[in-house]
Design a protein around this ligand. Structure first.
Ligand code: PLP
Length: 418
């Protein structure tokens, strides 16, 4: 019987088989037919420590039996209070307020609304958002508007708002990026905010840039009083080797977006953290100035309990070491691909490794990605190349032997390409 399920980013017309996953443990998924898949992309970049991490699973079970879901407008609960305090402690300095939501896209929507609300409440007409070339911030209308325009959003273009784009800071284009940002920040039309993915542009092709460049963009925004929004939905929770990518540049944004790994990836929860100034521009005795945003599951107690359990694991102090070990294995893996035809631009940051294949036309719709995905699947590896970019972003518990195996599968899949 045909399934009624409509899958995300999936072309059902191709009739490809959709594996049914029935269990997960550590770095592995188990399918209904008994096959096991190594989760090479941490189930869309969310699983950090490993699947079904026992301490997170226990926290979820306990909370589900105690307090599940409650209205968060004007009410609170201990898990949300504890989590907000921990986030303020862990995040870069100056982010003293936490607004909860339930996905990365929503965290970004909230950030954009906070930025515009801030200027509106201060009586300044500032609406323009600055973005970085090749960015991806999610699939809702605002998040798409601040992401790169292309195949992902062509049909929805009439709904998207205009933004101004600064070049991605490759080694050659670093100065062009800073000059464009400077010109836009100091121009006639004062921007409301600049939104960036710190250090790595994920869906744009795992494009890595330097902490120095990140710091320089932050400084330009500070000089011109343009709000700096760091979207750490993908880079947060250790993915780049430090808890947050902003830590490597020693910067504090005005607004920080978190999601994915915040609960270790087990359940959906997001947070948008904001500075005192942004909170203050909404705080008043005037109800018309409040922050007009909510979603039904804001600060769901079960999800907050999972996030608190995740933070406890971080406090135990072994996670960074695990990511460093994983990083070393990923370096070895990338080196093992040397000599294969048409590969270049091998790169790695923290627990993310990527390499580009230049034997095809590239682009998200290139046929090479589904071909590699199918080859890897047949060999027990869950892989999802971005066009001609092959990457691994596995859970932190993935062992060196598992990484060796993943790269062997990738090598074979590349060699099997027509
Ligand atoms: N921002 C970034 C940087 C992302 O990588 C993603 C998702 O991959 C999002 C936002 C959107 O997050 P979600 O899929 O949870 O809506």
């Amino acid at each position: 019987m045909r399934s009624p399920v409509w899958h995300p980013f999936t072309q059902h017309g191709l009739g490809e088989a959709i594996p049914q996953v029935v269990a997960a443990q550590g770095a592995w998924l188990e399918c209904a037919d008994g096959t096991r898949l190594l989760d090479g992309i941490a189930s869309w970049w969310v699983i950090t420590h490993g699947h079904c991490e026992p301490r997170i699973a226990a926290a979820i079970a306990a909370q589900a039996a105690q307090l599940d879901q409650m209205i968060f407008a004007g009410y609170t609960h201990p898990q949300a209070e504890a989590l907000a305090r921990s986030l303020v402690e862990l995040a870069p300095a100056g982010l003293d307020h936490v607004f909860f939501s339930d996905s990365g896209s929503t965290a970004v929507e909230v950030a954009l609304k906070m930025a515009l609300g801030h200027w509106h409440n201060r009586g300044e007409a500032r609406h323009r958002i600055l973005v970085m070339e090749h960015s991806y911030h999610g699939d809702t209308i605002g998040a798409m508007s601040v992401g790169a325009r292309g195949i992902f959003n062509r049909a929805y273009e009439p709904l998207l708002f205009d933004v101004a784009t600064v070049p991605f800071p490759t080694e050659d284009a670093g100065q062009a990026c800073l000059d464009t940002l400077e010109a836009l920040c100091s121009g006639q039309q004062k921007p409301a905010a600049f939104i960036v993915e710190p250090l790595v542009l994920g869906a744009g092709g795992m494009l890595i840039y330097s902490p120095e460049m990140l710091r320089a963009t932050r400084e330009i925004c500070a000089q011109h009083d343009v709000l700096f929004i760091a979207d750490e939905v993908m880079t947060g929770w250790g993915r780049t080797g430090t808890l947050f990518a902003c830590n490597q540049a020693g910067i504090s944004p005005d607004i920080l977006c978190l999601a994915k790994g915040m609960t270790g990836g087990a359940v959906p929860l997001a947070a948008t953290m904001a500075s005192e100034a942004i909170f203050d521009s909404h705080r008043s005795r005037d109800r018309a100035r409040m922050f007009f945003h909510s979603s039904s599951f804001t600060a769901n107690a079960i999800c907050c309990a999972a996030a608190n359990a995740n933070i406890k694991i971080w406090h135990e102090g072994e996670v960074a070491g695990r990511i460093a070990t994983l990083g070393a294995a990923l370096d070895e893996g990338l080196a093992s691909l040397a000599g294969l035809r048409g590969l270049g631009n091998a790169r790695r940051i923290g627990g993310i490794a990527a390499i580009d294949l230049d034997v095809c036309d590239g682009g998200y719709l290139s046929d090479v990605a589904p071909a590699l995905r199918a080859q890897a699947l047949a060999q027990g590896l869950l892989l999802r190349p971005l066009g001609n970019t092959i990457y691994l972003m596995p859970p932190y518990c993935t062992t060196r032997a598992e990484i060796v195996r993943a790269f062997a599968v990738i090598g074979q899949a590349i060699e099997a390409l027509p």
